[in-house]
Each structure stands twice: as structure tokens, then as C-alpha cells.
Design a binder for this molecule. Sequence first.
Ligand code: ACO
Length: 350
Amino acid sequence: MPDTLSRTVPGPSPSPSTERPLPTAICSIAGLGHYLPERVLTNDELALTVDTSDEWIMERTGIRGRHCAAPEEATSDMAHRASLEALADAGVHPAELDLILLATSTPDTPVPSTACYLQTRLGCKRVPAMDIAAGCAGYGFALHMAAGAVKSGMHNTVLVVGADTLTRITNYADRQSCILFGDGAGAAVVRPGGRFDVLYSNIGSDGDGASMIRVRAGGSRTPASAESVASAGHTLEIHGREVFKAAVLQMTDCIRKAAAAVGVRPEDFDLIIPHQANARIIEAVGRQLDITDKRVVIDMIETGNTAAASIPVALGRARRRGLLHPGQLVATVGFGAGLAWACQILHIRN
Ligand code: ACO
């Protein structure tokens, strides 16, 4: 597996997309932010406790390290850091927010919502705040809901956050899954006018695939007990090969449908940012779309799979690496537990 971060950075060349008439924006993203905890768990460190190697993990996943929350750090703490950055980037004061949507599979506590902890940290009292559970597609679901809320006129300025502390629900005795996950948070401020116009948004779910990625215990079906803890029932179970195939099929289909909906071809996207689960999944999506170059962003070598944070983190890192330029069309596509998927098309304003 090549070091994907060493790929050539796309330049600010005029995009084919800028020459095409595009649909009216549903809403915009006015600011972005993300946060990754300081501590990095490397493949070599993992190989000290589980039967694996840096070579195997890099070859099969494209991941070399993953950020891990500090013991005292929870999902809302990371969400808070990412939100402050997004608000500053947008030039928006927390008091201007009128809705907070936080996507996570790893809430601080089962009750109340993590969004409420975030709301009080931000100091924006009485702003409605709620969690959205859609696995690794959660950020896309939250953005979809925010877009609808803004377009309807019921809300004006929505904070959308994807944040997960997957290392808290990872089974470090399972070598197939423990190599994949890291922690992080990403945030976006959504309002009518901003830097990234949201031209298209679509979400979907397939509950028939619920058992492919799940945490068995801790809910109403199997409440927490000494037995559920002893049997690792509170950790993520994945059927890696099945998820791999479903992710490739669904993300490819989402991109094709999104391109058709805005009147372009998949190859017209300047960047495609898929959920960062496994570099091989993303490469397979690229091959299906006949796009095998750097336009399909692979950026999990340092982060692993950060679930709901994955797309806003990858988008923010793409911007820091100079990959985003005015006029570009950017497609983002998430896929994860549920099964659930979400796809958005962003147009970067001139
Ligand atoms: N180190 C060394 N060997 C390993 C490891 C490891 N960490 N893990 C598995 N192996 C072995 C297996 O035991 C197997 O050995 P065998 O042939 O003797 O049986 C061999 O490697 C191949 O195993 P596969 O499962 O076929 O490996 P694959 O190439 O499919 O990679 C992986 C596994 C990385 C999990 C891949 O399937 C994947 O990324 N799947 C999708 C990831 C996923 O499920 N994400 C969930 C999203 S999470 C969310 O939504 C919150």
C-alpha cells in the first residue's frame, strides 16, 4: 500500500464543472473545523499486544496510526474543539446558532444526548440540540437534516458535528477490527450563504444489513450485565469482508446517482471524499468509477476510521493540504453501520 499522503496535490486548474450550469444551492457551509486527539497509536504498538504487523495493516488497510482520545476526553470534548474551529472559520458566534445536530455512535452517556453537553459547553442556552445515529454516515445524515432545516426556513444557522470515540468501543483482542478505528471530530456551520454551496444531498439505509456492523449489548435488547461485559458485547463487531463489498457497491452507486442528479459525470468531480474506512475500499470505488487518480481522496494513514468524523476531518485536512479551490465540485460519500449511507455535492464558491 503506497503512502497515500505523498500523492501529488491537485492544483487550482479550472474545473470542467465550472463550465456547466449547476443547480441552485440547497444551503451552504460557512465554516469547517476538526479535531484529532494528540495521542497516536501506531501499528507497531498494536503489534505488541495483538497478532498483527505494520506491514499487514498497511497492505490491507492503508492505516499506519490512529489518534486516541485521552482518558479524560469524551466525544463532546472533541466535538467542542471541532465546533469552536468551525464557528471561528465561519465568523459565527455560538449565540447565532439555532440548531445543533451531532452525529455519533459513541455518546458521552446514553442519556442525555451528547449534543446537549456540547450546547452547554458552547454557552448557547435553549438552542435545540440532538444526536443523530447513523454510524459512519452520521455526518452526512446530520448535514442532510441541516440542509432541509435551512432550506425550509425553519432554521437559519445550524451546527453539524460528526464525532466518535471508537477506541472506547473497540475490542483490542480482535485483530480484524482493532486495527481500523481512531477517534476524532469534525464540524460544519450550515446557513444560507457560505463558502461551500451544498448542491445535492441524499441519504439511505438498509436495516437488513444491521448485523454487519454492530455493538451487541448495552441497549434494551441486551442490557449491560457482568456477562455482556465478559463476552465483549459492548464492543464493535464487524463482518469485514461483507462490509467491504457493500461499501464499494453503495458508495459507487451514490456517486453515480449524485453526478446524474446535478447533470455531471463522476469524472467531472474535482475531488471525491469517501468515508475513510480502508484505502482498498476507496481504491475499488475509484476503479468502479474509472477514476484512479488523486481526485479520489485517501487520507486515513494517520487517522484510521474515525466513523462520523471521517468526512469532515478528511474535508478539513484536504483544505489544509491545499486541495480545495474556488469553482471545484466536491462529492462526499459516507457509509457505515445500519447499514446507512449519505452523499453530498459541494460547490466551492469563487
Ligand atoms: N493482522 C494479520 N492478519 C490478519 C489481521 C491482522 N490485523 N486481521 C485478519 N487477519 C487475517 C485473517 O485471519 C485471515 O487469515 P486466514 O486467511 O488464515 O483466515 C487473513 O488475514 C485475511 O483476512 P480477511 O478478513 O480476508 O482480510 P481482508 O483483506 O478482508 O481485510 C479488513 C480485513 C481490513 C477488516 C477489511 O475486510 C475491511 O476493511 N473491511 C471493512 C471495514 C469495516 O468493517 N468497517 C466498519 C465500518 S465501522 C462503522 O460503521 C462504525
